[in-house]
Design a protein around this ligand. Structure first.
Ligand SMILES: Cc1cc2nc3c(=O)[nH]c(=O)nc-3n(C[C@H](O)[C@H](O)[C@H](O)COP(=O)(O)OP(=O)(O)OC[C@H]3O[C@@H](n4cnc5c(N)ncnc54)[C@H](O)[C@@H]3O)c2cc1C
Length: 322
């Protein structure tokens, strides 16, 4: 039976990312079923403020790993440092957020450890000692239950699906010393998004546009600015060159988990819907009443987005001013 469930934390500029709390909530719930302990490890050049607060979210063991070669993140340095730590701690399950970093790191870790991997677990439990996870298949049309034989099981969870939870863990802190990770790749400069928007993976609200916009994203940008949202796009909009690939949502773009997803002039092809299956609330704005996106939407607006969005923005502004 599982003894230690290890969460790989993420930080950016000394702040722990919200995905870490979510991954810990997932691990804590699993640990409570089995009597296992949870541990959180964080690899960086400093221990961020708030790391020990993870005890208040269910961490029994905190394993900070500090080395100048571990920040900023590179897959090679992190995977090379984590693999021996995971072996030493005899972790039964390794939990990562399904963020860009987690999705980059998880397969590398699994390969180094010769361990089974499940990406995007929607649920998990132990069945007869085997780690069993549920994941979406066929673009979200079906769910598959997969039992992983081999230890540790490496698992990523979709961002936004498991809300951070308060739970008191033991919170023992144990510094981990590691060898120089000697990364072969160095990040020389990070160039921020000139629009200054939240990345899609972190966004709580996304306003997205499709081919039906004809490339006119101005109403979408305006609503996104008002809501502090990220801007997404269908593949058709990206293929037309109206948005960059970084904005693409769907099977071959980003899988997102916002609280609110506003799909404007997007028909709702299965490959697009695959990327928003974990969105809490979908609002579809489309002139065609038969557009498949309406089947996925919590709220459907059969309107021209060029008329509906400015009217909505005007109402939001009035509400903000009041
Ligand atoms: C292997 C593979 C992978 C793919 N991966 C992805 C992916 O990751 N993401 C993705 O999005 N697609 C993906 N696709 C493409 C996908 O199949 C669709 O072609 C694409 O999603 C269609 O984009 P769309 O909804 O913007 O365009 P369309 O299907 O052309 O829909 C445009 C919609 O806009 C509506 N409309 C037009 N004018 C207005 C208006 N003024 N106001 C309101 N509504 C209006 C129309 O009624 C229509 O419903 C993939 C396809 C394949 C084969």
């Amino acid at each position: 039976m599982a003894s230690l469930l290890l969460v790989i934390a993420e930080e950016r500029r000394g702040v722990i990312k919200r995905h870490t709390w979510e991954a810990l909530a997932f691990a804590r719930a699993l640990a409570d079923q089995t009597g296992a302990e949870t541990a959180v490890t964080l690899l960086s050049n400093v221990v961020p403020d708030g790391f020990t607060d993870l005890a208040g979210h269910g961490a029994d063991l905190l394993l900070p790993v500090v080395h100048p070669g571990l920040a900023p993140y590179t897959a090679e340095a992190h995977a090379g440092t984590l693999a021996p730590l995971i072996r030493e701690t005899a972790s039964a399950v390794v939990v990562l957020a399904g963020s860009a970093q987690g999705r980059d790191l998880a397969p590398r870790l699994a390969a180094r450890l010769d361990a089974p991997l499940v990406m995007g677990a929607l649920d998990a439990r132990f069945t007869d000692g085997l780690f069993t996870a549920v994941r979406a298949v066929y673009g979200g049309k079906a769910l598959a239950e997969v039992a992983l034989s081999g230890t540790p099981a490496v698992v990523t969870i979709p961002p936004g699906l498991f809300p951070a939870a308060r739970a008191q863990g033991k919170g023992r802190v144990q510094q981990v010393s590691v060898a120089d990770p000697a990364p072969m790749v160095q990040i020389l400069e990070r160039i921020a998004d000139p629009g200054g928007r939240v990345p899609l993976a972190d966004a709580e609200t996304i306003v997205a546009g499709g081919r039906g916009t004809g490339g006119n994203f101005a109403p979408i940008e305006e609503l996104a600015d008002l809501l502090g949202a990220a801007v997404g796009a269908s593949r058709a909009a990206v293929d037309e060159g109206w948005r960059s690939h970084a904005d693409q949502v769907g099977q071959t773009g980003a899988a997102v988990s916002p609280r609110l997803y506003v799909a404007c002039a997007i028909s709702g092809a299965v490959q697009h819907l695959a990327g928003i299956q974990n969105a809490r609330c979908v609002v579809a704005v489309n002139t065609n009443p038969d557009a498949p996106v309406f089947k996925k939407a919590s709220f459907g607006v059969q309107e021209d987005y060029r008329e509906f969005l400015p009217a909505l923005c005007a109402e939001i502004k009035k509400h903000k001013e009041a």
